[in-house]
Design a binder for this molecule. Structure first.
Ligand SMILES: Cc1cc2nc3c(=O)[nH]c(=O)nc-3n(C[C@H](O)[C@H](O)[C@H](O)COP(=O)(O)OP(=O)(O)OC[C@H]3O[C@@H](n4cnc5c(N)ncnc54)[C@H](O)[C@@H]3O)c2cc1C
Length: 448
């Protein structure tokens, strides 16, 4: 395919957000008589799903302490449910299993899920939670659990299959996708305007009317190409103003696969189970030698996954302490020499599985010792920024928990076509200076 010299809409990044935006924008343009998929070009410096979307665990849940996140996620689950086959979506449900310190947070999530019509069951109390869990998994044995939120919707999707499904849907609408084409910079209005008139690639310039930036972990580099601030002012929830806060920090996601038969995790009824997420302050002991691993709060998630070939999941991410300017995003994911999980993660995660369910005792030798994990770029409050900069550049920066947010591309498309979305409003960049931050939960994860 020859590289076009111009396009109306140029989308950078062929991950979930770039492709979802492309597909939904094509539909919007057609429906409103403003154009079609032929007006859209997606470029990616790598291949389809070369970024975080191609290695994501793929968990889709609503369980967020922040009301705006829950509403956004409910919208995204509707999009997942609209075409489960193309999106390789498994609607098995999701369970948040928590200790006393999180009980009231999770109870309020359950209550608000009821208010927005998102189907879930909340189990309150230690013995009640144990009985509920044993009713699903006879070998459940995690102690110190005092609540269970069982979301009946959500589940997980297979990462690369979903990306290919979404790309096919976009291409069927006339969208062009060019891989191996890196955006190196932006051309701006020579008449003193602030808007972007095109992007620079190695072969020249592609001029465009509108740019959508969906570059996942590479957002810091592209943000700086647009001359957006590296350091920002954040007004905290307590009204205190914090100057010179780095706009982007990196976290390293800790994930791996236990190479057992995925069917091992069937429920008592012989069905495929919901995704399990456990947070607890119960001491965690090694399943290898009984030594104490931690007495601090810890959390894990897991699901049987035929695509990964076993029980796949992860634990809380680690903050990358290196100065963000020095962090090497490339080579990305399992190809990174730096940001892949090690034996410490494997030991902790498999011990945690065995802590929760007896069936995982003695399975440590089955852990798949292959590179896994990857880094993500997080915002100052660890929640997404969805906003327009430089007049015609829509930045979709999901703070690295957005595989589940397939509906964001639909909302971006609607906004580009002139319909402002109330679901997107709480994610504007101005929230930092205005102090309109999202509430913070007691979860050990930065994104809950
Ligand atoms: C290990 C791991 C597990 C995760 N698990 C989950 C999960 O279970 N559930 C969940 O909701 N989220 C999860 N996430 C987060 C989720 O994967 C990301 O938030 C999401 O995939 C980001 O999508 P994206 O489209 O913004 O970016 P990406 O998928 O990263 O795509 C960005 C694309 O932009 C391209 N690109 C970058 N710079 C340029 C440039 N200059 N020119 C051209 N192209 C460029 C890259 O090649 C890449 O293909 C996980 C993340 C990781 C790392």
């Amino acid at each position: 395919m020859t590289i076009p010299s111009s396009t109306r809409y140029l989308i950078i990044g062929a991950g979930i957000h770039g492709l979802s935006t492309a597909y939904h924008l094509a539909l919007q343009l057609k429906a409103s008589g403003q154009g079609s998929g032929n007006d859209i070009l997606v470029v990616d410096k790598g291949s389809l799903g070369a970024g975080a979307s191609g290695i994501a665990c793929g968990v889709v849940r609503n369980n967020y302490f922040q009301p705006a996140m829950r509403e956004l996620m409910s919208h995204s689950v509707d999009v997942w449910e609209s075409d489960p086959e193309a999106y390789s979506y498994h609607p098995v449900g999701y369970m948040q299993i928590s200790p006393e310190s999180m009980r009231s947070d999770v109870a309020s999530i359950a209550e608000q899920q009821r208010d927005i019509g998102y189907e879930s069951i909340f189990i309150d109390g230690g013995p009640e939670s144990a009985e509920y869990m044993k009713g699903i998994f006879h070998d459940w044995q995690a102690d110190g659990i005092t609540s269970v939120l069982h979301e009946k919707k959500g589940g997980y999707a297979n990462n690369t299959r979903m990306i290919y499904g979404l790309a096919s849907k976009a291409e069927a609408q006339g969208v062009r996708i060019m891989t191996g084409l890196e955006v190196l910079g932006f051309e701006t209005d020579n008449n003193g305007g602030n808007s972007v008139t095109g992007v620079r690639v190695s072969t020249g310039i592609i001029s465009c009317d509108y740019v959508v930036i969906c570059v996942g972990p590479w957002v810091k580099a592209v943000w700086e190409m647009l001359n957006l601030p590296k350091l920002i002012t954040v007004k905290g929830v307590d009204g205190k103003v914090h100057e010179n806060v780095p706009m982007w920090v990196f976290w390293s996601l800790q994930e791996g696969t236990l190479g057992v038969d995925p069917m091992l995790q069937r429920t008592n009824a012989g069905e495929m189970p919901p995704v399990i997420h456990v947070d607890t302050d119960a001491p965690l002991h090694s399943c290898v030698d009984g030594s104490l691993i931690t007495e601090e709060m810890w959390g894990i998630y897991y699901k049987p996954d035929f695509h990964f070939g076993g029980i796949q999941g992860g634990a809380a991410p680690l903050k990358v302490e290196t100065d963000a300017d020095q962090v090497a995003v490339d080579p990305y994911g399992p190809n990174s020499p730096e940001f892949i999980v090690g034996s410490e993660f494997a030991h902790m995660w498999v011990s945690a599985l065995a802590h929760c369910q007896r069936r995982f005792e003695g399975t440590m030798p089955k852990y798949k010792d292959e590179p896994s994990g990857g880094i993500g770029a997080f915002t100052p409050d660890s929640f997404p920024v969805f906003d327009v900069f430089r007049e015609n550049c829509y930045v979709v920066a999901d703070s690295n928990h957005g595989f589940k947010m397939i509906g964001v591309g639909k909302l971006v498309a609607e906004e580009i076509c002139g319909q402002e979305s109330t679901l997107m409003r709480p994610f504007r960049f101005s929230r930092y200076i205005e102090g309109n931050l999202h509430p913070v939960s007691n979860s050990p994860f930065p994104w809950s």
